[in-house]
Design a protein around this ligand. Structure first.
Ligand SMILES: *[C@@H]1O[C@H](CO)[C@@H](O)[C@H](O)[C@H]1NC(C)=O
Ligand SMILES: *[C@@H]1O[C@H](CO)[C@@H](O)[C@H](O)[C@H]1NC(C)=O
Ligand SMILES: *[C@@H]1O[C@H](CO)[C@@H](O)[C@H](O)[C@H]1NC(C)=O
Ligand SMILES: *[C@@H]1O[C@H](CO)[C@@H](O)[C@H](O)[C@H]1NC(C)=O
Ligand SMILES: *[C@@H]1O[C@H](CO)[C@@H](O)[C@H](O)[C@H]1NC(C)=O
Ligand SMILES: *[C@@H]1O[C@H](CO)[C@@H](O)[C@H](O)[C@H]1NC(C)=O
Length: 575
């Protein structure tokens, strides 16, 4: 199977996952599904209603004092410098809740929110915001909600809706553009919505800051017909990819004016995470070979240099030598990405390790020292992050193994036990004492509640095909946006029937197609061997495997490969 068909197969798999969920409802689990999705719905409304009562139209809720914070200007700003006195909030939590309201079937509240925002939201404010955060939360929330509002199957805002959210999104997108005006095309991390890039603005940004814009800005271009947004995001991505080392690793922070690295240590957590995520998801959404030709080597390099069994450490991008042996809570998204990439077995083992740390503390600490098996002394917090729930959702979709529902239940129970207060859900300041902090992050509504809900009730996904942004906002996979998607893969125009492969327990159909053992060389017409993204051996112990788990799934047969006594991976039973 040639690599260029991979996108189609990802889409087919997603469709199969969706149809499968609608067809094979196991009565034993129906009661649990109903009970748990009801519980999550209550959590969402507890968070949402408290926000609307005590914080709306400001940005986020402070659940302990039942007050608000205008946090959009604080996001990503650890030193809290240059904070604007003028900025009075953008209803951030409401924007972030829009797609969750639709997924939970609350069209009337969605409609009310859309109308309020249409009339009252303005970005002409003196607010220095983090481009990355503003993009994933605000622009992503708006374009996703615009698409949902114009989707006739949602039967809403008919008549009232005149693309106001798209007008807002485009206005915001235009305010992003000055950030990209650099010699390298890499965007500044900070942009003032009213005045553009400020004088003496810092030139330092992160890999995820430059590399996680293409989904939202690409969709904005396709919705408006104005190519500048996609062009800017894509140019930044190309520059960033051009800065990779000979090992195909990237650092964490860089200078946007010079295009030089500042921090050479490379990982999959904070500062980098969504760069990998957006290469694959943008490939699924837009189907361009260029994106795949970045994702494949980038993912391989992570598996080669950063993986240690089910764990991922950091390494120097120049040498591949390990730098930090730390697990960060943000890394827990990785198993979800691995499911999309077809490596369900790798996703499963890494997810289990994250869940074991969750169980050890009751929630996931922000940073955990792998070499000492203890929590980082100053990063003991858990700010209601979604990543473990997100990966659990993907793994359940791919495997239908009810064990993942138990994981979801355990996450839900912990959240209710430790973080629920009268005024909403509060972040945890210290997971060893469960002391709370007066902050309910908007991503709790955009992601944590959404993924937990979808784990138990995925009716929103049936017959449709979405990519979720890194902030959990759904974007539809559409033929019109996709470089190669044929008619037959669009659910609305074709009924796809599930007949063959890919449903073998624990194996993703994608692993069959996304990990080709050979690749057709078009120029010379022969099949050449390519490295697969699925089965990369560990580097420890001289490239030898210890057990079958280290060997991944075979690309062509979808079977778990085994580890020989001598420590080599292979399909020994078949060859
Ligand atoms: C923000 O609120 C303050 C106090 O209510 C008000 O004086 C100020 O004009 C507002 N600023 C903007 C930009 O609306
Ligand atoms: C799933 O969610 C949808 C939308 O919220 C709802 O209409 C449906 O009844 C739910 N299904 C179950 C089994 O709870
Ligand atoms: C929608 O949300 C509003 C606000 O929380 C609530 O009052 C209403 O009951 C919800 N409707 C449905 C159908 O869930
Ligand atoms: C816009 O905000 C004002 C003030 O809060 C409110 O009275 C008005 O109803 C809002 N518009 C909509 C459409 O909700
Ligand atoms: C920018 O920084 C330089 C050097 O630190 C300083 O002299 C200048 O006043 C600053 N300009 C502004 C507008 O802050
Ligand atoms: C996940 O790992 C567990 C424990 O190692 C194993 O029992 C299960 O079959 C695995 N599932 C998949 C889908 O690989």
């Amino acid at each position: 199977m040639a690599i260029r068909n991979v996108g189609i197969w990802i889409v087919v798999l997603l469709l199969m996952m969706l149809f499968q969920s609608s067809i094979s409802e196991d009565p034993r689990w129906a009661a649990k599904r109903k009970r748990m999705s009801e519980k999550v719905r209550k959590m969402f409304y507890h968070a949402y209603d408290n926000y609307m009562t005590h914080a709306f139209p400001y940005d986020e809720l402070k659940p302990l004092t039942k007050s608000y914070t205008n946090s959009l200007v604080e996001l990503g700003n650890l030193k809290l410098e240059h904070l604007s006195q003028e900025y009075n909030g953008s209803a951030l939590t409401l924007i972030e809740s829009l797609s969750s309201l639709v997924i939970m079937g609350n069209n009337s509240e969605f409609e009310r929110a859309v109308l309020w925002l249409s009339e009252n939201l303005s970005f002409d404010v003196d607010a220095r915001t983090n481009l990355f955060e503003c993009n994933i939360r605000v622009l992503g929330g708006l374009v996703s909600a615009h698409i949902l509002a114009t989707d006739s199957t949602n039967r809403m805002v008919q008549g009232h809706y005149k693309n106001q959210l798209l007008v807002l999104a485009e206005d915001l997108g235009r305010r992003f553009l000055p950030a990209f005006n650099t010699p390298t095309g890499l965007p500044y991390a900070w942009v003032n919505l009213k005045y553009g890039v400020m004088e003496n603005e810092t030139t330092e940004t992160s890999t995820s800051g430059c590399g996680s814009l293409i989904l939202e800005m690409g969709v904005l271009s396709r919705l408006t017909g104005d190519p500048r947004y996609e062009f800017s995001a894509m140019r930044a991505l190309r520059t960033l990819w051009g800065m990779r080392s000979s090992l195909n690793l990237l650092g964490t922070t860089l200078n946007v004016e010079t295009g030089e690295w500042i921090e050479y240590s490379s990982g999959i957590g904070a500062g980098v995470d969504s760069f990998y995520e957006y290469l694959l998801k943008a490939y699924i959404l837009f189907g361009s070979d260029e994106l795949w030709s970045m994702f494949q080597p980038a993912y391989l390099a992570v598996q080669k240099y950063l993986r240690h069994g089910p764990w991922y450490h950091e390494a120097d991008m120049r040498t591949g030598m390990a730098t930090y042996w730390q697990l960060t809570s943000l890394q827990a998204f990785w198993p979800g990405l691995q499911v999309l990439a077809g490596d369900v077995s790798g996703a499963n083992s890494s997810h289990r390790e994250f869940f074991s740390v969750w169980k050890k503390y009751g929630v996931l600490p922000e940073r955990y020292l792998l070499d000492h098996q203890i929590i980082h002394p100053t990063e003991k917090y858990y700010p209601l992050r979604p990543e473990l729930a997100e990966s659990t959702f993907y793994l359940y979709q791919a495997t239908k193994d009810p064990w993942y529902m138990d994981v979801g239940e355990s996450i839900i129970d912990s959240l209710n036990l430790y973080t629920k207060v009268e005024g909403g859900f509060a972040s945890i300041k210290d997971v060893t004492s469960m002391e709370l902090e007066d902050h309910q992050h908007s991503f709790f509504l955009a992601e944590t509640c959404k993924y937990l809900y979808l784990l138990f009730n995925d009716s929103f996904l049936v017959g449709r095909n979405y990519v979720f942004t890194t902030e959990g906002h759904p974007l539809p996979v559409l033929r019109a946006w996709h470089d190669r998607l044929p008619d037959t893969y669009i659910p609305s125009t074709h009924t796809y029937s599930i007949e063959n492969g890919g449903r073998e327990k624990g194996v993703s159909a994608m692993s069959l197609q996304i990990c080709p053992a050979t690749n057709l060389n078009h120029r010379d017409g022969y099949e050449e061997h390519v490295e697969s993204v699925c089965h990369i051996r560990d580097l420890v112990n001289n490239h030898r495997c210890f057990n079958d788990e280290d060997c991944g799934v075979d690309a062509t047969s979808c079977r778990q490969r085994s580890c020989s006594i001598a420590g080599f991976c292979g399909l020994w039973l078949l060859t």
